[in-house]
Design a protein around this ligand. Structure first.
Ligand code: AMP
Ligand code: ZN
Length: 141
């Protein structure tokens, strides 16, 4: 299903041109217009899902396998030293385009790309409360 006025739906089905590096029946991977590093690419499903929460498990399984394949290819072709997979869900998490996308950000030694946060400290109270809260009722399937 496509969503009207969704730029990534239009890129996914080729209506808007993109610097495509990979395409199959279900996914397209293309270069990010504002790359964090050399080779920064996005993988999008052709079907419209706003975010991770909406995506079905079949797509998710294929997506991670594809990410590994493209990541290995990037290492070989770009000679990158590492790779960040980044995937933002919701405005609060920095999502700006509301069609699921996975960032593949090749990393190079001392590239200065900042994908980081200020580490806090897990207090004993939080540890107890959050472990109890989050381990309870978590679906297995
Ligand atoms: P996010 O902040 O996770 O929603 O990331 C959206 C990403 O999409 C940003 O890195 C943008 O640079 C990228 N982007 C937006 N429009 C386009 C476009 N037309 N072609 C390629 N990348 C795009
Ligand atoms: Zn879309």
């Amino acid at each position: 299903m496509k969503e009207n006025n969704c730029i990534f739906c239009k890129i996914a089905d080729g209506e808007i041109p993109s610097a495509t590096i990979y395409e199959d029946e279900e996914f397209r991977a293309f270069l990010d217009l504002n790359p964090a590093s050399r080779g920064h690419a996005l993988i999008v499903p052709k079907e419209h899902f706003a975010n991770l929460f909406e995506m079905d498990e079949e797509h998710l399984k294929k997506l991670i396998v594809l990410a590994q394949r493209i990541g290995k290819h990037m290492k070989e072709k770009l000679g990158c030293d590492g790779l960040n997979l980044v995937q933002n869900n919701g405005e609060a998490a920095g999502q700006t385009v509301f069609h699921f996308h996975l960032h593949l950000i090749p990393r190079y030694k001392d590239d200065g790309v900042g994908i980081t946060w200020k580490p806090g400290s897990l207090t004993p109270e939080d540890k107890e409360e959050l472990t109890a809260l989050l381990s309870q009722d978590l679906p297995r399937e």
